[in-house]
Design a protein around this ligand. Structure first.
Ligand code: ADP
Ligand code: MG
Length: 492
């Protein structure tokens, strides 16, 4: 049986179409997830079917019957919503919150005993641990969430909707919530679940609806979809073309930095890792220490304490040359200053790091070099009329490709790209993203420093945020720019 159905449901706010002809169908007794980027229309959809907003157009049905709710109270025996924002009265006890608007009275008096008796039975049914005699403000955030849910369940709805429920919860509290949700499903309730966390969604849901720009992209069975596919559905085709994401297999940790404390530089909490096949973004404001960290590790600064491991082996480097020999390369931010010798030719720049391997017994095989250079130029589609062209005469994008290409023959394991797309045109940027993707695809790890949050979230598999020389947080997809930005600004 279909529990909830919407037909061409639309909502316009002045200047925004928040919801655009959405046709949704939710089976009775299933856990149906709704995903989409910020602003995709998820909360608007929920608010319409629960009577907070009126739709501009379209209609909705519950168990086949057309409904039109005029307030959340009006909807509450059909649809209960656990909103992003809590709706408890802080100084009211659990009981008072639970009965808010449903108080049992006789001749103007509250029937307290009767209310408690009713509640007890109800709580036992759900096997939840909340002290209802305490004011809501005295409860932990997990217990407040439980109380909010109890309040919704107490109205005995057919459908319960969770809008970003785990945001304020600890991992343990989230697990309790998931257990409860599965239990509700067993009891026959229909559950609509909205979350940023795709791993949660894939864990919990039976089917998944993807919204994008107010429109429904698709509804998919959970078994048929991966996290990466979901992300691709969530972001627009334009974005996908501009920020191509090469499909890679992300495997074991190959680079692990623990409590990195070099002499003389005041880093804090530098703990991070990079996996094989992974592009790891580093976000932060200019001056937050991202470049300094990369340079410090690359140039082999002496440590006061902490450790660096590459393939589980202690990574000991004394200088950048040693780092390159051990499999760590860096394409620096200032490619004209550090990355390239712009007055030399493309060929000279490309072979520079490989002279020893291309030279045998002191003699250089000219043919071997020619082939090598030709191969790199083709592989990176570097636009030159001749390998003998001076680098300074190339466009910024092509210069950048030379500075990446020169490291290719090194079979590096970790590639540091520091602001690789700064100052180059859109097409060249797209090519650089593909190059990074292909490097990851071959099993290396990419350490990607960028101040362009848009490209960072589009290309990275994971993002660390630095603030004042400290790694302050780690994000997994789907990424929310606002959340990352607030960490970049140092908000806790
Ligand atoms: P989501 O929950 O998926 O993040 P929302 O449903 O909150 O998305 O928002 C969808 C779009 O509608 C956004 O562009 C948002 O700015 C807009 N919107 C949401 N609520 C309002 C409102 N009350 N007034 C004006 N615009 C709104
Ligand atoms: Mg929302």
């Amino acid at each position: 049986m279909i529990s909830l159905q919407t037909k061409d449901l639309s909502k316009e706010f002045p200047g925004v179409i928040a919801l655009d002809k959405v046709n949704l169908s939710v089976e009775k007794g299933e856990i149906h997830a709704i995903v989409g980027e910020n602003g995709a229309g998820k909360s608007t959809l929920v608010k319409i079917i629960s009577g907070v907003y009126h739709q501009t157009k379209g209609e909705y049905f519950i168990e086949g019957e057309k409904k039109q709710f005029h307030s959340p109270k009006d909807a509450s025996e059909f649809i209960g919503v656990v909103h992003q924002e809590r709706e408890l009265v802080p100084h009211f006890t659990g009981y008072q919150n639970l009965f808010l608007g449903l108080e049992l009275t006789k001749g103007g008096f509250l029937l307290k005993k009767e209310m408690k008796r009713k509640t007890k039975k109800f709580i036992q049914k759900y096997n939840l641990d909340v002290d209802l005699d305490l004011p809501a403000s005295d409860l932990s955030s997990g217990q407040q969430e439980m109380l909010t849910i109890l309040k919704v369940l107490f109205r005995d709805p057919k459908i319960i909707i969770f809008d970003e429920p785990t945001a304020p919860l600890s991992i343990k509290e989230s697990e309790i919530l998931f257990r409860l949700i599965r239990d509700l499903k067993k009891k026959g309730l229909t559950i609509i679940y909205i979350s940023h966390h795709l791993s949660e969604i894939l864990d919990l849901s039976d089917s998944i609806t993807v919204l994008r720009n107010g429109q429904k992209v698709d509804t998919i069975k959970n078994d048929d979809v991966t996290e990466r596919q979901l992300i691709n559905l969530m972001i627009s085709k334009d974005m996908q073309n501009q920020y191509p994401k090469v499909k890679t297999e992300i495997n074991e940790v190959i680079f692990e930095v623990k409590d990195y404390t070099p002499k003389k530089i005041g880093f804090k909490n530098i703990n991070f890792n990079i996996r094989s096949g992974e592009i790891v973004g580093f976000a932060g404001l200019v001056g937050s220490g991202r470049t300094e960290l990369a340079k410090s590790i690359f140039s082999g600064n002496k440590l006061d304490s902490g450790s660096i491991e590459l393939y589980k082996k202690n990574f000991k480097s004394r200088n950048s040359k040693k780092s390159i020999d051990s499999g760590l390369v860096m394409i620096p931010e200032d490619r004209r200053g550090e990355g390239l010798l712009v007055n030399m030719t493309v060929k000279e720049n490309i072979i520079m790091p490989h002279l020893s391997s291309l030279t045998k017994g002191g003699f250089t095989s000219e043919n071997k070099i020619k082939d090598y250079v030709k191969n790199i130029i083709e592989k990176f589609s570097i636009k030159v009329f001749s390998p003998l062209q001076e680098v300074r005469t190339l466009s910024g994008g092509n210069q950048q490709k030379v500075s990446v290409g020169k490291w290719l023959g090194e079979n590096a394991n970790i590639w540091i790209f520091d602001e690789p797309t700064q100052g180059i045109d859109v097409d060249a940027k797209t090519e650089i993203y593909s190059i990074m993707g292909n490097i990851a695809k071959e099993g290396a790890g990419v350490w990607f420093i960028s101040s362009d949050l848009k490209e960072l979230v589009a290309i990275s598999d994971r993002i660390y945020v630095m603030h004042e020389f400290e790694i302050v947080s780690e994000f997994k997809p789907p990424f929310y720019k606002e959340a990352i930005l607030s960490k970049m600004m140092g908000e806790i």
